[in-house]
Design a protein around this ligand. Structure first.
Ligand code: MG
Length: 387
């Protein structure tokens, strides 16, 4: 038994006030359509995908839908929703016995919802995910300033239907045949209901929202962006000894002492490298640039920082800003801060205002305060296109 999903992306977006069809609006770096396709493609139970597009987008369909790991067919939609679903249904492989229908405008659907729909559709023949109505529901009449409440409707048994909706192949075939002669149905379950068939209601997900209005999309973008922010911290300390140069972000700072270490002891770069790796969930400086590896003996800190930046970028992240504190008893850091900031801005490809460097002393307390060591703290903010 094979399961297919028909992704309905036939809308022309007139309700969101955008010249683009709604499904092609980007939310957190990916179009709604692409997000929905990826959500379906990632589910292990789904063997094939069909995407129903407006006829005028079909020529660019492959680029709009993007690569998938499962077979994916593209078809042109029809006038009404049931016509679009029918067009998708007609190109399903013969071995498909269970069909899900999903709205491209619900890009945040989660695997558990698919699981529940598939289980119930197998058992009952048709299944819909939904959430119970929690707001008080009023029926009104009139419009504008004349709109008035007629009654409060009982919420008892009221659910808001979502997608994916699931059907055995023959149940959906009969429903679509019945739907051919009907007015537009806003979902497929209604076609089954009207034909007297049973439809199970399973638990949906309040996050599985349908992005219909420009407010929905603005809210979804906030959610997607928040999900794509990472923060990391780093710390480094080196003992200060005679006859070693003091280098901070590649900038030579005149000092009678310098850091002892396998590398150049550039505490600014080392703390920042750890913060970058930490924010991206990629371990730490010791894992990537071990102090027992001869390759990193006397390695410039800026070099390690650049390598960490490349790694973080390979994982889909962009640095937003960095903030560094250097704790050093003497000399005073202030005269060198502009050069250190400029060096970091260049190394990280950031504007100068996204790079902060602050110097502090340790007030004569502990090893750093006695001038026996130098320490640095760093915080990094990353932004990516994940959710
Ligand atoms: Mg170090």
């Amino acid at each position: 038994m094979s399961i297919a999903v028909i992704i309905v992306a036939g809308g022309r977006g007139t309700r969101v006030g955008s010249p683009l069809p709604k499904q092609l609006i980007e939310v957190g770096g990916q179009t709604m359509l692409r997000r929905s396709v990826l959500a379906c493609d990632a589910h292990p139970a789904l063997a094939e995908l069909v995407v129903v597009l407006p006829a005028e987008l079909l020529a660019d369909g492959a680029a709009l839908v993007g690569p998938t790991s499962h077979p994916c067919r593209l078809v042109a939609g029809g006038m009404r929703r049931q016509d679009s679903v029918r067009a998708g249904f007609e190109v399903l492989s013969a071995e498909v016995s269970l069909v899900l229908v999903h709205d491209a405008a619900r890009p945040f659907v989660r695997a558990e919802v698919f699981d529940r729909v598939i289980e119930a559709a197998r058992r009952v023949g048709a299944a819909v995910p939904g959430v119970p109505v929690t707001d008080t529901v009023k029926r009104t009449r009139g419009a504008g300033s004349a709109r008035a409440v007629v009654e409060t409707v009982s919420r008892d048994g009221l659910w808001l239907a979502q997608t994916p909706q699931g059907f055995t192949r023959d149940v959906l075939a009969r429903a679509l045949a019945a739907g051919a002669g009907m007015t537009e149905a806003t979902d497929e379950a209604r076609l089954v209901e009207q034909a007297g068939g049973q439809v199970a209601m399973v638990e949906g997900d309040s996050g599985n929202v349908k992005l219909t209005t420009s407010e929905d999309i603005a809210q979804a973008r906030r959610v997607a962006t928040a999900a794509a922010i990472r923060v990391g911290t780093g710390y480094d300390l080196h003992q200060l000894v005679a006859k070693r140069p003091l280098v901070l972000a590649g900038v030579a700072v005149p000092c009678e002492l310098g850091p002892l270490g396998h590398s150049d002891g550039d505490v600014v770069c080392h703390a920042l490298t750890d913060a970058l790796l930490g924010a991206a969930g990629q371990g730490d400086i010791g894992r990537h640039f071990s102090n027992t590896d001869p390759r990193w003996k006397d390695a410039p800190g800026l070099d390690l920082l650049s390598r960490a930046l490349s790694l973080v970028r390979e994982h889909g992240w962009t640095v937003v800003n960095v903030d560094v504190t250097v704790v050093l008893e003497r000399p005073k850091l202030a005269p060198h801060v502009p050069a250190i900031r400029a060096a970091l801005a260049a190394a990280l490809d950031l504007s100068i205002d996204a790079v902060s460097v602050k110097g502090k002393t340790n007030e004569g307390v502990d090893a750093v305060g006695r001038g026996e060591a130098i320490a640095s703290h760093a915080v990094v903010l990353l932004m990516g296109e994940r959710s």
